[in-house]
Structure formats: structure tokens, C-alpha cells
Design a protein around this ligand. Structure first.
Ligand SMILES: [Zn+2]
Length: 571
């Protein structure tokens, strides 16, 4: 392909809305162009990368036995009402009506449609297991689209769904997808880590997110170097250190005028935040509950919601706090709240805690020498893991220290159970001809997001560094003297010889200065650059350089040896 024939426009200026490198580079190098907030056009270079990522995804899905289908983007509301998600998806789902007044969603995902589909096709256990997938555009009404393709309103996603005869059988389908995902990301040149994720009602270890580590990532992940444990912060747990048995003095009330936050009271009393008890009033499905954690910790609301078995938890408003405890926020604590029936749940870190400081349930007062076992009325079963883990916490598996890293989620595998198949009565007949509900798994890969994640993980100050497998072109031949027939001849024969080997080649035949060509080639990030020019040919041959190597690794070889030298550098 000749550069001059392609719609490539590199930009000198960074886009104003780019907060992360991959977004900046992707736009500057001419892969995508913003059409509107959260909406992008894929230009020829971007389309080539997107197609290559899709090809890898397709090959690995097929290899794992999944069957490709494609379902409509426009999905009737009835499907979503059957699962209950027409309401629960909230304002993040795009909705519209046709001229007849029928309402539809622009698909953000397709569990409903695929379950309804398979329910109609599968009759017998003999047709199972079955895994289907599609690569289809998805939509989400982002409040604040940002980070380019990472958080856009429209994105390309591969979604797969497995159907099995039982929960046990579903494990094998899950494993097959898990392995396929590892291969997909590896083939895309990405280092992606499987991370345990929140499983909702299913429990167990059957939900993994695949994350690409990046400082710009939106998600926190707890890692243990010791045993390889990795979990996202919604799910990650820690080992709690044992508390001392030493007896503590009698409980005592202390005036703390004007000090509201833990930091303020901590400064006022000259005691570290960890000695405090943070007591918060939450409303869980309409009912107040007090949640206590160590003073320097934060409540994990996902864990709290699961522990309480609630659909929704949120912080109570000031009036509810006052009614439940007798004090305003900042003076609330677990000893004798005004509402004696108020349930108090505590993080395991407070089990057996002594000598703590907590709000006194009286404005501008705290209590000290609090002994949880002695002074509070908390049921044994109301101690649970309720906090967000942090850097330096102890790994529950091996006792090592955990670190918190940032990640970009590029994939998710999830054992769903029967949530959708029950709602849609998607049943099969077992060998006794009895109806049984199918067990489902769902598996997503953000295809457009993966493309950007590669850039986020692989770039330098000069631009993108594409892995060969998903590069728009693997080789860029910089033809420095497009008016010299001898140089043109060498460039052309090199181009054909490489293309015969299945290598994608672009020849920069523009009448530009060498410096401009090199800069553009580095910005776009072709894995191998070959320089063909009059002067070089007269003094030894063509120059070959890998994008990821520095200048000193450049080699000059005679044209006849160039193909071999290029191929070996792409391997
Ligand atoms: Zn560990």
C-alpha cells in the first residue's frame, strides 16, 4: 500500500480532551477521529487494527468451540422487562420508540436476547453444552465520556454466552473461555492479568476480570507477589491481625467540641486515626443499619450489600442518622444508639477490639476505652469483611503483603447460573424427559477498548509501538527519493516480496523530508521501519530498524538480504 493513497493525517497537537497517553496518541497518529462526545470514527489505520483484533478474537472463540452469531442492536423492551432489567439498568441504557410507540433499547449487552433465542432452539440435553458469541456494537449512555475508546457511548464488544445442563458442567465452559481469553490477550501482545471479581449471588471463584496494568487505569486491583492472588477492590479481602487481650479501663465520655471528622477528633485528642471507630449509618433497602470499621478504613459498599442481602445500600440522610442514634454524623458510635433496635454490623478488624475511641451518640462527645465485647451489643454473626483493602494489607492466602495497582478492564468472564434462563424459562429435557433450566455463563471482551489498551501499554515519548500481530502495517518502507527510479524499484520489489510472505507493508512515497517521514512512522508505531534512499543504496543498502529498539540497533543490509532481515525482526 502506498502512503499517498491512504487517508492518513497525523496531528501536531494533542487533542484537548485527552487525559491519557493512549487517547492522545490514537487521535494524533490518525487511528480515530472524534465525531462527537464519546463517539469516534475509525479511520483506515484504526480500522485495520480493529479488524486484526477481531480476527484474533474470532479465531480463539472458534477454537474454543464457540459458534458465531449476530443479534440485533435494537432490542424490544419486552425482553428487558422479562428479566427486570428494563428498570434496573437505569439511565445508562439508551432507549427509544418506533413510530408505533413500541419501546426498544440500544443493546448494552445481550443476555436477554440470547437466552430467549437459545430457549427456543435447545430442546434436549443432547444439544448442550452450547456457547455462542457475537462481535457487535454496544451502547452506553455515559454521563461523562472520556479516555477515548475506553469510556465511550458506542463500543465494539465480543460477547459470548454458554449454556449447560448443570452448574458443574458450566465449569468446563467457563474454563474454556478463561483459557481462550488468556490466548487472545497474549496474541494481541497484551500483558493482561486475570483478577478475581465480585460474583454477586453465585459465589465462589467464578468471575474473573482481565486487566491490563496501567497507572491511568480506573480500577484498583489488590495483588500479592507471594502467591499471585489478584482481586479487584470490590472483591479483595485481607487477613485481619489478631487483637491484644490486655484488659482496658472503664469506658469514659470525652467532650470533643467542634471536632466532627476522624481527622479532627484525632488531632484534638492526639490519638492516631486507627484507634478510632468509624461509625456510619446506611439505609439498606429502606432499613437503617450502623456500619463500624476501623477509623482509618473505608467501607466497601459492594461487600456490605452482599452481606446484608440488600438490593441497594446508601448513606442515610442527616435526619435518619439523628433518629437512629440521637446524634449527628461525627458523634455517632456503637454504644447505646437512641434506637435500641438498630442493627450494628462491624468489620472483622474490630473483632475483640479494646481501647477504641468512638462517637458517644451525643453531639460533640466521644467515648474512650471502648471494649467491643464488653460495651457493645453486637451479634457474633454481624462481624464480617466489610472494608476496602489497601496497600500493605496482609494476603489471606499466603500471609504476604498486598499492593494496590491500577488496571484497565479488557475482559470479563462470569458464571451466571440460572438468573436469565429461569426468567425466560429456557429449559431442556433431560434423559428422563423432564424439563430442566439451563445454566449460563457470559463472557465479554471490549474489542475497541483492547485496541486502545495495547497503545496504553506499549508506547514511548515518540508514539505508539505496535506488536506485530495487531499493527496496522507491520513494515513501513520510507522511500526517501521517490523520484529516483532505482530507489523506487528496490522499494517496490521489497514490498512485493514481503507481501508474498503475508506481511502488511506500507510504502511512504510522499514528497516529504526524511525527518517528517521518520517522525510519522514513529508516531504511528509500525513495528519495523526500512529506509530506502539513493544515498543509502550507493553506500551499502537499506536501513532496517525495529520501532522498539533505539538507534544503535539499526542495521544496513544489501537489498537482496533485506527480506530475511525484516522477517527475523518481526518474529
Ligand atoms: Zn498471597
Amino acid at each position: 500500500m502506498k502512503w499517498s493513497k491512504l487517508l492518513i493525517q497525523t496531528l501536531r497537537e494533542d487533542p484537548g480532551d485527552a487525559e491519557i497517553d493512549s487517547h492522545r496518541l490514537m487521535v494524533r497518529a490518525g487511528f480515530v477521529r472524534k465525531a462527537s462526545g464519546g463517539l469516534y470514527t475509525y479511520l483506515p489505520l484504526g480500522m485495520r487494527v480493529l479488524n486484526k483484533v477481531q480476527r484474533i478474537v474470532r479465531e480463539e472463540m472458534d477454537r474454543a468451540g464457540a459458534q458465531e452469531i449476530v443479534m440485533p442492536i435494537l432490542q424490544p423492551s419486552e425482553l428487558w422487562k422479562t428479566s427486570g432489567r428494563w428498570d434496573s439498568m437505569g439511565p445508562g441504557m439508551f432507549r427509544l420508540e418506533d413510530r408505533g410507540g413500541h419501546s426498544f433499547a440500544l443493546s448494552p449487552t445481550a443476555e436477554e436476547m440470547v437466552t430467549s433465542l437459545l430457549g427456543g432452539i435447545v430442546n434436549s440435553y443432547r444439544q448442550l453444552p452450547a456457547t455462542v458469541y457475537q462481535i457487535q456494537w454496544k451502547f452506553r449512555d455515559e454521563i461523562r465520556p472520556r479516555f477515548g475508546l475506553m469510556r465511550s457511548k458506542e463500543f465494539l464488544m465480543k460477547d459470548a454466552y454458554s449454556f449447560d445442563v448443570s452448574l458443574d458442567a458450566a465449569d468446563a465452559s467457563y474454563e474454556a473461555m478463561f483459557e481462550a481469553y488468556k490466548r487472545i490477550f497474549e496474541r494481541c501482545g497484551l500483558k493482561a492479568y486475570p483478577v478475581e471479581a465480585d460474583t454477586g449471588d453465585i459465589g465462589g471463584k467464578f468471575s474473573h476480570e482481565f486487566h491490563v496494568l496501567a497507572d491511568s487505569g480506573e480500577d484498583g486491583i489488590a495483588f500479592c507477589e507471594g502467591c499471585g492472588y489478584a482481586a479487584n477492590l470490590e472483591k479483595a479481602s485481607r487477613k485481619v491481625s489478631a487483637r491484644s487481650d490486655a484488659p482496658c479501663a472503664e469506658i469514659e465520655m470525652v467532650p470533643t467540641p467542634g471536632a466532627k471528622t476522624i481527622d479532627e477528633v484525632s488531632a484534638f485528642m492526639g490519638v492516631p486515626a486507627a484507634a478510632f471507630v468509624k461509625s456510619l449509618i446506611y439505609v439498606a433497602d429502606g432499613k437503617c443499619v450502623m456500619v463500624c470499621v476501623e477509623g482509618d478504613r473505608d467501607v466497601n459498599e459492594v461487600k456490605l450489600r452482599h452481606f446484608l442481602g440488600a438490593k441497594k445500600v446508601e448513606l442515610a440522610d442527616p435526619a435518619a442518622v439523628l433518629a437512629a442514634t440521637g446524634a449527628n454524623a461525627g458523634s455517632v458510635g456503637p454504644v447505646k444508639p437512641a434506637d435500641s433496635s438498630l442493627r450494628i454490623v462491624c468489620d472483622l478488624g474490630l473483632k475483640g477490639a479494646k481501647g477504641c475511641i468512638a462517637g458517644a451518640n451525643k453531639d460533640d462527645h466521644h467515648i474512650k476505652n471502648l471494649d467491643f465485647d464488653r460495651d457493645c451489643n453486637i451479634t457474633e454473626g454481624d462481624y464480617a469483611d466489610l472494608v476496602i483493602v489497601r496497600d500493605g494489607d496482609i494476603c489471606a492466602t499466603c500471609g504476604g503483603k498486598m499492593t494496590i495497582r491500577r488496571g484497565i478492564e479488557v475482559g470479563h468472564v462470569f458464571k451466571l447460573g440460572t438468573k436469565y434462563t429461569s426468567a425466560f424459562k429456557a429449559v431442556y429435557k433431560n434423559d428422563s424427559l423432564e424439563d430442566r433450566v439451563m445454566v449460563m455463563g457470559c463472557y465479554g471482551i471490549g474489542v475497541s477498548r483492547t485496541m486502545q489498551a495495547v497503545i496504553e501499554q506499549s508506547h514511548d515519548a515518540n508514539g505508539i509501538i505496535w506488536p506485530s500481530s495487531v499493527a496496522p502495517y507491520q513494515v513501513c518502507i520510507c522511500l526517501l527519493d521517490p523520484d529516483d527510479p532505482a530507489a523506487v524499484e528496490v522499494a517496490q520489489s521489497l514490498e512485493s516480496a514481503l507481501e508474498e510472505k503475508g506481511i502488511d507493508v506500507i510504502v511512504d512515497d510522499r514528497a516529504e523530508r526524511p525527518g517528517v517521514k521518520f517522525k510519522d512512522a514513529d508516531l504511528i508505531g509500525f513495528p519495523v521501519r526500512v529506509v530506502v534512499g539513493t544515498r543509502g543504496l550507493s553506500s551499502g543498502g537499506v536501513e532496517i530498524k525495529r520501532r522498539r529498539d533505539d538507534k544503535s540497533a539499526t542495521v544496513t543490509v544489501p537489498p537482496a538480504e533485506a527480506v530475511e532481515a525484516i522477517v527475523s525482526r518481526l518474529a
